[in-house]
Design a binder for this molecule. Structure first.
Ligand code: AHG
Ligand code: MN
Ligand code: MN
Length: 357
């Protein structure tokens, strides 16, 4: 029998035993993991519990909410507000931060989360997830909205859960990125993926290619070069993936390598789609802790100063050399020295001829 397996609690106690406020952080992450077990069970019920379809409500991003968006938000709040471990919480599904009810003590951390990532996939039984970020806060003062606007480099923990055929919790407390698989019979998260390292050699990229006409030239250049494969400057073939659940795309990158991008575009806001505080920053910390890189295309994502709770930001993350290449394409474009690659598919006589850039 597996009597020596490392459970999440044992792992956290060991990793955090010498950190200031380490015990409080370990206890908070155990509460978060309890919420994740409850979400895993709720997501697993699917249509049996009416957890599919849409509601008539919209969230602050003007996205139509799903029943599970609302339920998972409540699960996170109610598992984490009572224990004196957080000073406040903020979420994709709430316009303003959540204040801890008066009957409960305030703790020294702020918890920010996307309770259900990839929720458009829920009706089709494709993997979804939960993303979270933990910041420090002085527990003597109730937090204001401004207290949540800390750059990602100040996170003391970050992680996500992925609800697929198995439920995994992947987290970092600043000492590597580690994956735990939920043993459903026992009810424990067990360390199954210690010290994840993003493979450097990669032949995969992930992007929503339907937005191509809205991208900036450096991203168009990168994708066009990948698509040209052996016949282009990269001299090897690439594969493309897009699951439309950031957790699932990032999980694959942690295990297989590659690059994931939701870049700046001219579609709606120029900042792309993903939200800085509860999607981009925690994923950036996990990726860096696994030896990869995370960028806006023009700078380190973890150094990006937040201006607003629900601010969006361009995201490029994954294998270091690919992220650095995309940053270089941005620099060359901004300096006017870039040399866009024009595929033979788009030559003068082709149906697909491109406008000169
Ligand atoms: P959410 O379900 O929390 O709103 O997030 C969805 C995000 C992210 O998970 C995914 O990568 C991206 O939106 C998908 O965007 P497209 O619909 O443009 O593909
Ligand atoms: Mn999301
Ligand atoms: Mn969401």
């Amino acid at each position: 029998m597996h009597t020596r397996r490392t459970t999440l609690s044992k792992f956290l106690i060991e990793q955090l035993k010498n950190s200031p406020d380490g015990q409080a952080l370990a206890a908070l992450l155990v509460d978060v993991s309890a919420a994740i077990k409850a979400i895993s069970a709720a997501a697993g019920k699917g249509a049996l519990e009416g957890n599919v379809g849409s509601l008539e409500t919209v969230n602050v991003q003007e996205e139509v909410q799903k029943p599970l968006d609302v339920l998972t938000n409540q699960i996170m709040l109610h598992h984490c507000d009572w224990g004196g471990l957080v000073a406040g919480m903020a979420s994709e599904e709430m316009e303003k931060p959540y204040d801890i009810p008066n009957e409960y003590a305030r703790g020294c951390h702020l918890l920010i989360f996307d309770p259900l990532d990839g929720s458009s996939n829920i009706d089709f039984n494709v993997a979804v997830g939960t993303i979270f970020s933990v910041l420090k806060h002085n527990k003597d003062t109730p937090p204001t909205e401004a207290d949540y606007l800390q750059p990602g480099n100040r996170q003391v923990a970050a992680g996500y859960a992925i609800y697929g055929p198995a439920t995994l919790l992947v987290l970092t407390v600043g000492q590597g990125t580690h994956g735990f698989t939920l043993d459903r019979e026992v009810g424990n998260f067990v360390l199954t993926h210690p010290n994840l390292r993003i493979p450097e050699e990669t032949d995969q990229f992930a992007i929503n290619a339907s937005n191509e006409r809205f991208w900036e030239p450096p991203i168009q250049r990168y994708v066009e070069e990948c698509r040209a494969g052996k016949t282009g400057p990269r001299e090897r073939d690439f594969n493309m993936r897009w699951i439309a659940s950031m957790v699932a795309d990032v999980h694959r990158i942690l295990l297989r390598g590659g690059v994931f991008t939701y870049p700046r575009d001219s579609k709606s806001s120029k900042s792309g789609r993903l939200r800085l505080l509860y999607e981009a920053s925690p994923m950036a910390m996990l990726v860096e802790q696994a030896g990869g890189a995370a960028s806006t295309g023009r700078g380190r994502l973890l150094d990006e100063p937040p201006q607003a709770l629900h601010q969006r930001v361009p995201v490029v993350l994954g294998s270091k050399s690919e992220v650095e290449r995309i940053e270089r394409y941005h620099r060359e474009f901004d300096a006017g020295t870039d040399k866009p690659f024009v595929s033979p598919l788009f030559n003068e006589r082709s149906l697909f001829r491109k406008e000169a850039r």
